[in-house]
Design a protein around this ligand. Sequence first.
Ligand code: F6R
Length: 592
Amino acid sequence: MCGIVGYVGASPALLVLLQGLERLEYRGYDSAGVALLENGKLYVEKKVGKIRELVRSLWGKNLKAVVGIGHTRWATHGEVCELNAHPHTDNRGEFAVVHNGIVENYRELRQEIESAGVSYVSQTDTEAIVHLIALNYEGDLLRTVLKVVKKLRGAYAFAVISTREQSRIVAVKYGSPLVVGIGKEENFVASDIPALLPFTREVIPLNDGEVVDLRPDGVFIYDFEGNLLTKEAMHVPWDIISAEKGGFKHFMLKEIFEQPRTLSDTIRGYISRDMSLPFSLRDYRRVLIIACGTSYHAGLIGKYWIEKHAGVPVEVAYASEVRYANMPVGEQDLVLAISQSGETADTRFSALALKEKGATLLSLVNVMGSALDRESDHTLYTHAGPEIGVAATKTFTAQLAVLYSLAVSQRQDRQKEVENLLKVPHLVEEVLTRAEAVKNLALRYAHSKDFLYLGRYLSYPVALEGALKLKEISYIHAEGYPAGEMKHGPIALIDEKTPTVAIAPADRVYEKILSNVEEVLARKGKVIGVGFEKDERLKSLCDAVIEVPTVEEDLTPFLTTVPLQLFAYYIADYLGLDVDQPRNLAKTVTVE
Ligand code: F6R
């Protein structure tokens, strides 16, 4: 939520900030702004709307500053307006701050600030930070920031510049992500790696409780007590191309089409080894999977696989529900936290709370060096590359690949399973050749107001994921449901106007789901089936069928998910919506 970026060096800072912000826009996009140290003074420009609005308003202004900070906002405190957009400045215009996260005690701080005679002009929590810095400043920005962080509660990352110290950015990480980029005679700071890729691939991810003093000729990292830390930079394997659209209309479409490669990269990374874990899942009495959104759906599928192949009981919980529950957890439990970004606050903080209770923490992340990666006892990675579209697609199927590899790695004899998994990238490629047919179908249904997605067993989480994809990018109401539960109430929703998407590959529950399809038809509902090719029975029941290649039961989620991603994409695009940056959402959710 929100993206921040900062630059100190010898080049025009504005160009770096705007390029960085464009790559961070997926984190929030309701308003944006920059602050530059221009001719010794603060120059601030903010605009409501996307980065392009900011670019427009800066067009033709010959700004030469070589130090600056920028921000793209996803509102938490205060409505979307220029006043609440970042950067925020102090009353004298000497300090500017950009911030990501939430300062939970800002109301108390605001009182303290106002009673010192300072006027507080916005509705944001961020403004408290900049006033506290101005009020506590005694000639050294780093020391001032170290003093101010002791007063803040919550989860945040922020960066500050000052007219008093012209070649310096001080930035802090506590709960929200922050990465330092190392250049030649120039240095960078940003919420996420893609913002740094046009400039450098040498990065230092900061840990919570760290402050960076960024100068053109050096980067100095301290803990909150002011002790200088020694940290190695890591080389990011992603290149700038993998964070570009590559000829596709949207990142989401590009990322859907990347899946044969991302699956093959991920599978190759695991299949020859035994996951490189120094333990067996059977060493634990249970595996507790925690995750949010799409990652949670991957966890639900992982449960079936792990229970089948490893014989260990698995529980799957929404991370946002775990943190404040009284869940009995201890040393005999393995917590598997799944998060594409590795920064989701709900997942991270629940994982840390469970680790604190004695559980072993294994994480599955896409972003190497992310907070969850660093906080876990062990990490598994999806090798999907950067995912820019807000709706998760390629990282979901990559998570499935790791979960399946993990499950079958617990078997003595797994040759058959491994051989089958190795075929998946090619089969997904085949599914993608049928994209045009999915598009035609999507256009037929694009004006429906409600959808039901039904599945059983492994297809139930696929139904949840299909419905989530549709609602988040097309704003059409869609409900994913276990097909067998329909008769216990929701069947009342069925009518001619509510299409049902039935995920019905010929697996162990095939007969059962066909009966559920009949129940829908008996109530005049229209059904779109997703099933194996040449399934004449399914075809005879459904209004239309999306066919996927026939595959082992275990692997059906890889193939049935992909057409549902395409279906959602084509509907949203047809409706003219902003597919990559849907309203109200942000890619990385760093608030609880
Ligand atoms: C949906 C989506 C979200 C994320 C969720 C968790 O398309 O992307 O539901 O899956 O916010 O994010 P991560 O996996 O980064 O923890």
